[in-house]
Design a protein around this ligand. Structure first.
Ligand code: AMP
Ligand code: MG
Length: 489
């Protein structure tokens, strides 16, 4: 079993990384292989189940053609700059190309200590590994840009957190692992040559269209900003809270990366926070656009030496790009939320209509997913039973809004079929509900992978309404509500 590696990152200057192999583990065992992703990448799933492949996923065998390395990066964590982070528990094996020629990193996460481990053990354990697997797979099913999980293996070694946990390694697939923090790493060191190298690398790999521009670096910045604005809008559309939007967890390729204490909201509230370490609510649901812009401003600062030879011009270009985030985000947010309401055309006043519904949902503590999905039957058949169920006692107060909404719907000539198709896509019925995720992970840690398998299957078709996923669509009962999620590092 071999990957057809072609490792562009390993050809960058040596100061971009540390070369080292993953640290072998005692007893590799395949827990989960992502057959659909393997197929998408043009890999032979049967071969990926072989003993040799499992040894690769565990870090016990470095495959032919790999150039294993730990990437260097820095980052703002909760607003504070850490000049050196880097892959403290991950190894980039190399890059492969899918049948369409698109390039993907193959990275092991939880693969042992590296020069960037800073006192950590370099390891991961099964709970968080499967959590990342589950949630990234769901994001992919929604079509939201994300890193993917190709395989999860158990190591047969304990990992010490509060107590002994079963060790595991995740094989992560990403368009690249270059982060805002990668640029910061070189900015902090005053290494403009490396910054230019990195920017050129990112342009060649991700944004070749800006190469021909008069100002490729300004266009690179603008493009990354637009990608992130679109990404965060998609998150908001499904009630996703990333939880650790540090600059080292923001991908330059625009993918959702680093699934730690992330969560999907049950009851909607813009200030909702789940992460146990987010005491100030910095990364609350409704703060995510602002934080994205803040992180992108840090990226813009790193590019100042490249934007123009004149410092004032550089600053103006960077400022202009950052100021553009607001309009880009608003447009992306409207693109996400209009179809949730069945609106396929743009009209003035749409933002207010959406905001007012969200406000009513927050006031009544309506389940985000079910509240929006209840609009679908209200359009399909005019029946508002689901809305009544979702809003409960607050339903009668929704009357004015419903009248406005129905008037607005009537302003469009959109066909009912097109409208319902759009709403079906925009308002998924199943999300990885926190209580189901926690229960599935607890079972997996006890050796029963059944609930994880079931959940994965249900999550693969987010828009499907059927009896089989009825219980997965149910919000948590009060005693089931998960109030906190953990980094689980
Ligand atoms: P994260 O919070 O996962 O984004 O990680 C932030 C930084 O901590 C990165 O440099 C990681 O590589 C590092 N890190 C997280 N967990 C560990 C661990 N168990 N051992 C070593 N480094 C870690
Ligand atoms: Mg990280």
């Amino acid at each position: 079993m071999t990957f057809a590696f072609d490792n562009s990152y390993a050809r960058l200057p040596e100061r971009f990384f540390a070369r080292l192999a993953p640290v072998p583990v005692a007893q590799p065992r395949l827990v989960k292989l992502n057959d659909a992703l393997a197929a998408r990448l043009g890999l032979d799933a049967a071969a990926l189940r072989s003993t040799e492949a499992v040894a690769i996923f565990a870090g016990n065998r470095v495959p032919e053609g790999a150039t294993p390395l730990a990437m260097a990066y820095a980052g703002h964590q909760f607003g504070g700059l850490v000049p050196q982070l880097g892959d403290g528990r991950a190894i980039l094996l190399g890059e492969i190309q899918d049948p369409a020629g698109e390039r993907f990193d193959i990275q092991l996460k939880g693969s042992g200590r590296t020069p960037f481990s800073r006192g950590g053990d370099g390891r991961a354990w099964l709970g968080p590994v499967l959590r990342e697997y589950l949630i990234s797979d769901y994001m992919a099913a929604l079509g939201i840009p994300t890193t993917r999980a190709l395989a999860a293996v158990a190591t047969g070694e304990p990992v010490w957190r509060e107590t002994a946990r079963p060790g595991a390694v995740l094989t992560r697939v990403a368009r690249s692992h270059v982060r805002v923090g990668t640029f910061q790493y070189f900015q902090i060191r005053g290494d403009t040559e490396a910054l230019r190298h990195l920017a050129d690398y990112v342009i060649d790999r991700h944004y070749p269209e800006v190469r021909v521009s008069d100002r490729p670096y300004a266009d690179l910045l603008r493009t990354v900003i637009a990608r992130q604005a679109a990404l965060v809008a998609r998150w908001l559309g499904v009630g996703f809270i990333h939880g650790v939007m540090n600059t080292d967890n923001m991908s330059i390729a625009g993918e959702t990366i680093d699934y730690g204490p992330c969560a999907f909201m049950d009851a909607y509230h813009p200030e909702q926070v789940y992460s146990s370490i987010d005491h100030q609510g910095r990364y609350a649901y409704g703060n995510q656009p602002r934080i994205a812009q803040w992180n992108l401003a840090r990226l813009a600062e790193t590019l100042l030496p490249l934007l123009d030879s004149d410092g004032d011009k550089s600053l103006a270009l960077a400022q202009q790009a950052i100021d553009g985030f607001g309009a880009l985000f608003t447009r992306a947010w409207l693109d996400v939320f209009r179809p949730k309401l069945g609106l396929l055309e743009a009209r003035a006043g749409d933002a207010e209509l959406i905001e007012d519904l969200l406000e009513a949902m927050a006031a009544a503590g309506v389940d985000f997913t079910n509240g929006f999905h209840a609009l679908n039957p209200a359009v399909a058949s005019g029946v508002e039973d689901e809305l009544g169920a979702a809003f409960g006692e607050a339903y009668p107060r929704l009357g004015d809004w419903l009248a406005r909404w129905r008037n607005r719907l009537a302003e469009e000539e959109t066909s009912p079929e097109a409208r319902l198709a759009a709403m079906g896509q925009a308002n998924p019925v199943v999300i990885p509900r926190n209580h189901r995720v926690e229960a599935a992970l607890a079972a997996a840690v006890e050796g029963d992978l059944g609930p994880v398998e079931d959940l994965l299957q249900v999550l693969a078709t987010p828009a499907q309404v059927d009896a089989g996923n009825l219980d997965y669509r149910r919000p948590p009962a009060p005693h089931e509500v998960v109030h906190q999620t953990f980094c689980g590092t």
